[in-house]
Design a protein. Sequence first.
Length: 129
Amino acid sequence: MRKYPDRVPVVCLKAKGSDLPNMTKNKFLVPDNMLIGEFKYIVYKHLRLDAQFHPDQTIYLFSGTSALRTGTLMSEAHERHRDEDDFLYITYAAENTLGATAVASRVSHISGPPFMPVTNLADGRPSAS
């Protein structure tokens, strides 16, 4: 990229088998000092704009079969994983997390006061334990 030496050309596509939507924009020219984590946020924003995206899903970025670490510079990822055409090809996928949605669904099934005395089933009086 002679015209933009401080930029990294990226093509970002949905991973095969992923249930995430395709992004309408998939070619990016990003600063070489941008972190993978910052680029992941860009992907997240595009997915939120393009379709119904669930906030309980975590996005993972890959280049080939390698997972990209969020603290890696785009320039480092480009050096390691660029294709013959000088583009960095990144795929994205998501997985549901065990975050608030799972906890909220478990908590919503709890009814009654937070502490209930254990009763003796035989006579209905509170047990000694």
